[in-house]
Design a protein around this ligand. Sequence first.
Ligand code: ADE
Length: 256
Amino acid sequence: MRFDVFTLLPETLSPYLNASILEKAAARGLIEVHLHNIRDYSTDRHHTTDDMPYGGGGGMVMKPEPVFAALETAIGSPPQCPVILLTPQGRVFNQAIAAELAACGRIALISGRYEGFDERIRQNLVTDEISIGDYVLTGGELPALILIDAIARLLPGVLGDPTGAEDDSHASGLLEYPHYTRPSEFRGWRVPEVLLSGDHGKIERWRREQSLLRTLHKRPDMLQKMKLQEWERKFLAKAEKTMRVQACSTGDENEI
Ligand code: ADE
């Protein structure tokens, strides 16, 4: 999969891309990340990339010419891949979007600085806008890294364990079950017996139950979208009842 990132600060992405799993993925030819400095495509003497907003107001606006020139030179015109603007105004990134983009084979990411982008970039160059959450960062570089990381680990061969991404929190619509490793007892805290039993059927059932419970406690909103089996619905109904009884006995009904 190929990623083309357009940014004014390419040097901020390199350290993360050159470490760990992403570096190995690139070395094995599974991903290619091309960093393009938008400033290199600015043609004036000062290599300007921003200017004051028409109509007045605070903050600077990213100029259209260098952004269009960078994209057109690096990926062609019209672009043959999704052109994604990282912006707090975009659709909020999640696992389903990561999977959708992983199937694209190639994407271009535009990471902005300054107060905003000239609207003509949005209207005539960009095909998608993505936010990594409802907060505002100083630029789109961290969001670009987050997308690359989340997408890359879904590509075949990137994770050592081929089933690594399947059980992830969010991949199945539920949060992931708890993990334990050796020792079986640490400071008096024991690993749940079922995990030591060697009974794979029981372990699978326990993990599913734990995923359901975690999601119920931490992200009940996720359960609304899930198609659950009959036993799972009953299990959750019972767990909810227990939670309600516990909240009543501690006098904290808002806990539920
Ligand atoms: N740029 C600044 N804040 C952002 C956010 N939350 N998501 C994506 N890009 C951004």
